[in-house]
Ligand binder design. Sequence first.
Ligand SMILES: *Cc1c(COP(=O)(O)O)cnc(C)c1O
Length: 465
Amino acid sequence: MKYISTRGEAPALNFEEVLLTGLASDGGLYVPEHLPTFSREEIAEMAGMDYPQLAGKIITPFVDDCIPADDLKEILNETYAEFRHNAVAPLVQIDANQWVLELFHGPTLAFKDFALQLLGRLLDYVLERKHQKVVIMGATSGDTGSAAIEGCKRCHNIDIFILHPHQRVSEVQRRQMTTVAGDNIHNLAVAGNFDDCQAMVKASFGDRSFLPEDRSLVAVNSINWARIMAQIVYYFYAAVALGAPARPVAFSVPTGNFGDIFAGYLARQMGLPVEQLIIATNRNDVLHRALTTNTYGRQSLEHTLSPSMDITVSSNFERLLFDLYQRDGAAIADLMRRFDHGDIDFNAAAMEQARSLFSSQCVSDEETCLQIANTWQECEYLLDPHSAIGVKAALESGLPPEVPVVTLATAHPAKFPDAIKAAIAGHEVSLPLHLSDLFSREERFSVLPNELAAVQAFMTENINA
Ligand SMILES: *Cc1c(COP(=O)(O)O)cnc(C)c1O
């Protein structure tokens, strides 16, 4: 399996190479040159497979001969043993034809564990084999940082540096990062905001000369192909449980960077009968505007009750555009160049195809709270604010009653206690048992000035031999 860049100028890579790469050298994102497909018979045979087994089936063609089958199997078994539900991704019914796919039973209570638990292990496996060590650097305003740290904490060949804006992430989110013990884990609280942190990461990827010569820099944000790949699995898992391939299902996906829903699009391209993919956004609705008005443009960031979806641009959207433009890398490079300077629109054929594949809904904070309260009243099921946006969009989708709609529940409600309290007056939600001592665990982080040189100096001093 070869991977090619959406902008057509970077060299094609194999799986191992794409794992160790972030952005392509031409500024594009890597995608598989050809997608594997599964026949109806093959999909029918997936019924009853446990999660790691199914993951092996879906992921093997992407990994190709880069990892021997037995080793991959072991990695997948270990990865999904970390989840605290035997079903790994259980389905819960909340209304006549509405289902919730709970993706929050991993160590950090958000769906990002599905990809980052696997990514950490895959990286460590290939690095061990190559006798190579790397540095991971990332900026976080919340969920990604803790999931990346949990995913890498046992990786001997990785030093991970996660920057967060000092005193600007929630206490639960900070503690999920800073209470993980390990010499290779470095939490940096930067005296600035999230954009400052992100700018430092970007600058460091642009000029890596501050690093020792034997270390390369790896990205763990959702431009990393392996993250998308891992997320394809649960679309098959849920659809097959609800009767695919005989019965098509729809998915409603709380969307920020378009990584999660792009995996759903790939599942459909791989043969899974998907009736509809619903892009559910909060007030930061760049994708909803693109689909409804054919204007793709940045607006200023709004802070909402669903902070993990507070984005102005969805970087993975470029991967879809590549397909919508018949995989014409030069056309995508041109679009993105124009997008750097202002709003763009898409050609009629691309728009028509996008609208046939996706629908979209934008959900306000008020509607989010109402949905949390309504679902609680109707079936005593507690949604987190991100998942509530998904359920609201699912209920508004207007799909025929015979189509089951699955909302991806991307976070556990205990991660967002203030939003829950606001939605259901005074309702307290407690952390799951394995995190119940989170507030008494010892924290480790370093507060650093908002200066690139200080951050980079800290990194070079703290990289393990
Ligand atoms: C990251 C995240 C999202 C958005 O996922 P994308 O892949 O960026 O679209 C939604 N909900 C939660 C809880 C998240 O952490």
